[in-house]
Design a protein around this ligand. Sequence first.
Ligand code: SF4
Ligand code: SF4
Length: 161
Amino acid sequence: MSSRPDSPASYGELAQEPFYAEGLRFSCTRCSACCRYESGFVFLSKKDVLILASTLQMAYNKVIETYCRWVPGNIREERLSLQETAEYDCIFWKNGCSVYKGRPLQCRTFPFWPSILVSSDAWIRMAASCPGMGRGRLYTKDAIERWVSRQRVEPLIARNI
Ligand code: SF4
Ligand code: SF4
């Protein structure tokens, strides 16, 4: 599992004339490389947990207790993330994403994360491990920035330590 977005607090502003001004191509091949094999975090907002609770027909707190863990965030802060297996697969990966329709925003917005959109180099580096990037559906600059806006308005769950 290799998903690691920046926190909303560190999103910063995107460039006025970004490298993706003419859009970017992306079509997921469902290879599952971003859900498996590598330790990583899938951070969650309250809305993410509510959607998972509805998808799984479980209580909100039970979803947290059963599928989530607290991991280091910013200084003196922990964030809520999905658990992973001993093999570093996402807890929800079972021959594909078992909560696909209710998957967290972090998964739905990939690869349109501020940390990847910061430069063409960052995009190319990430594309080396994602066969869906640079091919298939064309997303316009506006569409890309709408995905970024979604990430900004759904704060991640965190607690002070
Ligand atoms: S194509 Fe990319 S986004 Fe889709 S599953 Fe593979 S690594 Fe993940
Ligand atoms: S929730 Fe689904 S899409 Fe997201 S990392 Fe887990 S298996 Fe992959």
